[in-house]
Structure formats: C-alpha cells, structure tokens
Design a protein around this ligand. Structure first.
Ligand SMILES: Nc1ncnc2c1ncn2[C@@H]1O[C@H](COP(=O)(O)OP(=O)(O)OP(=O)(O)O)[C@@H](O)[C@H]1O
Ligand SMILES: [Mg+2]
Length: 140
C-alpha cells in the first residue's frame, strides 16, 4: 500500500496525474472516503490527466457519466457515483459490466461499497480528511 499526504488540492491532483502515468491499460478504481474527502476532486484530476475536454461534474443524479479522452490506450473515462443507491446493487443491473470489461475504458467509482459484485481486481483509493486542506491518500 502507498500512503501519500496531501496538503492541498494541487497535491491531490498530482497523485491522480501520477496514477494515470503509471497505468498501462484501462482499469477499475474504487474511491473510498467520507463526504467532502476529495473523491470528485480526484476524478476531475484523472480526467484532466487523460485529456478529457468536457467539464467533469459529479454524477450524483445520473449515477454515471462517460467522457472521451485523448489518451492512447484509455479512450473513455466512466465516472460513477453510487452515493444515492439505496441498497446493494449488482453492476450488471446498473449497466456497468460492459464498461468494466472494456479494455479501453477506465472506470472510477465513488462509494464503490454500494455495489455488490465489483471485481476484486481493482485499484482501491481511500481519501481521509485530516482537517482543513490536509488529506491522507492510500492506494492499494
Ligand atoms: N488536499 C485536498 N485534496 C482534495 N480536496 C481538497 C483538499 N483540500 C481541500 N479540499 C476540498 O475538499 C472538497 C472535496 O470535495 P469533493 O466533492 O471532491 O468530495 P467527495 O469526496 O467527492 O464528496 P462526496 O462524497 O460528497 O461526493 C473540495 O471542496 C476541495 O476544494
Ligand atoms: Mg463526490
């Protein structure tokens, strides 16, 4: 596990940029952390690093948003926010499995623990608010 201290948004953005640089293909990222920890900030930075031109906003009311990138391998970014899901949902039911299986799509899920059968093979990132602008980012 990698632990990184972030002192401000810029630090968090750098962690996201470094992560994109280290990816050798499309993957699945599960983002954990309390309300306001910085999960969406992290996804916006991932999008920027992938060359997404559209403005990335939280998909709270639509469950997922799909963006085209300018990256060589990762052609699409799928941003999922499960916060409003009532109970445990199956990823086939919410239409996510086709994206997870697509080798050219990076899927990033906020509140991933609300999905019952997310593949075990995923990058787990937890962001913890340490007060003010300080965050602890753990990548596993
Ligand atoms: N070091 C930091 N890294 C990331 N965000 C930070 C940092 N310091 C302060 N912030 C602030 O914390 C907030 C994080 O909000 P964000 O919407 O990303 O949280 P979230 O984890 O997605 O919350 P939610 O569960 O509501 O979706 C922003 O207002 C951002 O400006
Ligand atoms: Mg969010």
């Amino acid at each position: 596990m990698k632990k990184i201290q972030s002192k401000n948004i810029k630090d968090t953005q750098k962690v996201a940029h470094d992560l994109v640089a280290s990816l050798d293909g499309a993957s699945l990222i599960a983002l954990m952390g309390n309300l306001g920890a910085g999960k969406t900030v992290f996804v916006k930075a991932l999008a920027e690093a992938l060359g997404v031109k559209d403005n990335v906003t939280s998909p709270t009311f639509v469950l997922m948003k799909i963006y085209d990138t300018k990256h060589d391998i990762i052609k699409k970014l799928v941003h999922v926010d499960c916060y409003r899901l009532e109970g445990k949902e199956d990823l086939v039911d919410i239409g996510l499995s086709e994206y997870i299986e697509d080798p050219n799509t990076l899927v990033v899920v906020e509140w991933a623990d609300k999905i019952s059968n997310l593949p075990e093979q995923r990058i787990k990132i937890s962001i913890q608010n340490l007060g003010k602008d300080a965050r602890l980012i753990e990548i596993d």
